[in-house]
Design a protein around this ligand. Sequence first.
Ligand code: ZN
Length: 75
Amino acid sequence: MTIVTPSKSRAVLRAVDPGSMSDCAVCSQHIRFSAKVRPKQVIANVYEDGKWQRVEYFHSECYVTAGSPYGEPAS
Ligand SMILES: [Zn+2]
C-alpha cells in the first residue's frame, strides 16, 4: 500500500505588515502593526484532504496559546 503524502497545513512566522488587515483566528482581534513593538504574526496555509482551503492569521502568542494547531511555525 502506497501512502501519498497530501499537502499539509503549515505555518510560518512573519513580521506584521504596516498594512495588515488580518484578524486573529483565535481571539478575533485585529493584528495590528506597530513600528515600536514589531509584532510577529503566524500565517497558516490550511489544507484539508490535501486541498488548499484558506489562509489563517494569528497573533504569535495566540497561536502558541491555541497549542500550535498547524505545527511549529517556520520562520
Ligand atoms: Zn490573537
